[in-house]
Design a protein around this ligand. Structure first.
Ligand code: GDP
Length: 299
């Protein structure tokens, strides 16, 4: 179960408080000390934790809360609201090309193993099913052995076309030709699977910048593995710096991730999480709702 540790610790922290009528300044301080520890233990970025705790504390020490008869519940509500805010507040929709200006172009980016290729397939499947789109995928990861085959297999499973030119043509060329092909075939969304690496390196970033310049994507999705916690946040920060990504897709939220990535990425990168991956199957992709996630974390 994801967030199990965090949820347990927060529930413990709030158990006494929920029942309280009037709360004192000392009650708020005690509980926020526990919340702070719980978030740090869940691998949330320390700056994010510091700001979060400060905001909640300030709001909780206001007249309305301290003077109220259900102060405990109000503090819990403030925590809930601020967790929602931390993850972006409102749900953010995916961006499509303006009518008549298509096709919509998406670039999938991320480190190797994050779930990029699988997520390309999941996204294509999602867009066909829920947005009535006609997607096409483009195999522009020419370095990882079998990446092209993997995308083709995903395409076959979903019955969604995959454009590929093998691994001897540059990713920029493949992306451009893929886009032409999509126009010729009347596909309205093009999802380009780009190369990943085990670690961020300059060559990779240069190449992704070139692909971006060549196809001018409507969205650059960064796919990150929620299980990697703080590392996921650092990866997102670096990709964002170089590529100015538009959105994050957080994968492996079906595992026992501690919560650090989900809670830190938005505030560190200022880019929204738009989807979460919740399994290996090609229908395991869900739009991300900050308020629902906050409720789930609080248990
Ligand atoms: P890529 O190297 O980034 O293209 O990663 P892949 O798409 O090959 O995925 C790496 C592994 O993670 C594969 O075994 C996927 O099945 C798995 N995977 C991807 N997304 C999820 C997810 O949301 N949940 C789980 N449990 N596994 C996932």
């Amino acid at each position: 179960m994801p967030f199990e540790g965090l949820t347990g610790r927060l529930q413990d922290a709030f158990s006494g408080l929920r029942k309280k009528g009037k709360v004192t300044e000392a009650d708020v301080k005690d509980v926020m000390r526990e919340v702070r520890l719980a978030l740090l233990e869940a691998d949330v970025n320390y700056k994010v934790v510091r700001n979060f705790v400060k905001t909640v504390r300030e709001k909780s020490l206001g007249e309305e809360v301290l003077g109220s008869l259900n102060g405990g519940q109000q503090v819990v509500k403030i925590v809930n609201d601020e967790l929602t805010e931390l993850m972006g507040g409102e749900q953010e929709k995916i961006i499509f090309a303006e009518p008549g200006q298509g096709p919509t172009v998406y670039m999938m980016t991320g480190l190797q193993g994050a779930g990029k290729t699988t997520t390309a397939g999941k996204l294509a499947n999602y867009l066909r099913k829920y947005e009535k789109k006609k997607p096409m995928m483009v195999a522009a990861d020419i370095y990882r052995p079998a990446a092209i085959d993997q995308l083709q297999t995903v395409g076959r499973d979903l019955d969604i076309p995959v454009f590929s030119m093998g691994d001897q043509v540059s990713p920029v060329e493949i992306a451009k030709r893929g886009l032409d092909e999509a126009k010729a075939e009347n596909r309205d969304v093009v999802i380009i699977d780009t190369a990943g690496r085990l670690h961020i390196d300059e060559t990779l970033m240069d190449e992704l910048e070139d692909v971006k310049a060549a196809v001018n994507p409507h969205e650059i999705f960064l796919v990150v593995d929620a299980m990697t916690g703080q590392d996921a946040v650092n990866v997102a920060d670096s990709f964002n710096e170089r590529l100015n990504i538009t959105s994050v897709i957080l994968t492996k939220l079906d595992g026992d991730t501690r919560g650090g990535a989900a809670l830190s990425i938005r505030s560190v990168t200022n880019k929204p999480i738009k989807f979460t991956g919740t399994g290996e199957k090609l229908d395991a992709l869900e739009p991300f709702y900050p308020d629902r996630m906050a409720n789930r974390i609080l248990g």
